[in-house]
Design a protein around this ligand. Sequence first.
Ligand code: SF4
Ligand code: SF4
Length: 324
Amino acid sequence: MLRFRLLVQWGMLFWCSLLGIQLGLFVRHFESGGTTAYYSRFPGVEAFLPIGALVSLKNWLINGQVDAVHPAALVLFLTFVAMAGLTRKSFCSWLCPVGTVEELMWKLGQKIFGRLWHPWSWLDRLLQSLKYLLLIFFVKLILIDMPAVAIKGFLAAPYWAMSDIKMLHFFTGLAGIPLLTIVVLLILSLFIRNPWCRYLCPYGALLGVLSFFSPSRIRRDSQVCIDCGTCSKACPSRLPVAMKSQIISPECTGCLTCVENCPQPGALAMAVLSKPLPKWLFPLSVLSIFSIGVITGMLSGHWQTSLTYTDYQRLIPLIPLLTH
Ligand code: SF4
Ligand code: SF4
């Protein structure tokens, strides 16, 4: 099952890279004045607009309308929220490309140095609170404080229309402090497991909070368990699996590493309402929820942007001028 998860993760990373390349070729066509070949833009890139998706969510909640400029941003956001509500923070360990890269780095670090480092538990807890503070900041700023008129203004502005391309430019033109931050996080990931996910990612924090409602959780049968402690040692989120009868922590990503490493058949399983699931059912559920979300968006007409070729022709040259 761990191999299958790796396959899904790397498949997703590969797919995200293709989305980025395709968007780059799409933009190049307009920047060259139409002299280079035209490639269509895949709406999946809108998964990288979580803050805009939060604004779009508020618009949907107060006006009942799905933003037509980047509808896939909201569809994907709601899909990941549904995943968290049903299959814990599985987005983080199965789909998120950032999680995949971090996992690669700490596994590499473990191979090179023969071990990983863990911050003292007081420091670990303090650092973990950062991602919740960031989450509170965005929820307050957008869901609570942003007035309806500002929401409408944001979603109608050229800045939002070009936000996916601005995001692409951010990554292709990385320099200065953002580049330094990414390099530092990558180097840190060689020594510490998932520093971005564990300490800083507000998206992961949101999904973790929502995972409290998930009916699925890791359960340990203390009658069968031989108390070897292997599950706790294997857990990438450093959860004390061997000490608990069930794991309800927001840090559990449903990666199933603990289950795969347990040497005692029947001692540990992902369970729904106390019923252990067959090993294949949890991964199938994760992928099914994701697929259903995307297909629903496509079939309901909330996937493709309303922006036309002429809109892109007009707006792409203006991008350097768009600050908000
Ligand atoms: S408790 Fe198990 S499923 Fe949850 S994060 Fe740890 S290893 Fe993964
Ligand atoms: S790895 Fe399995 S047998 Fe060992 S402590 Fe964990 S649940 Fe019990």
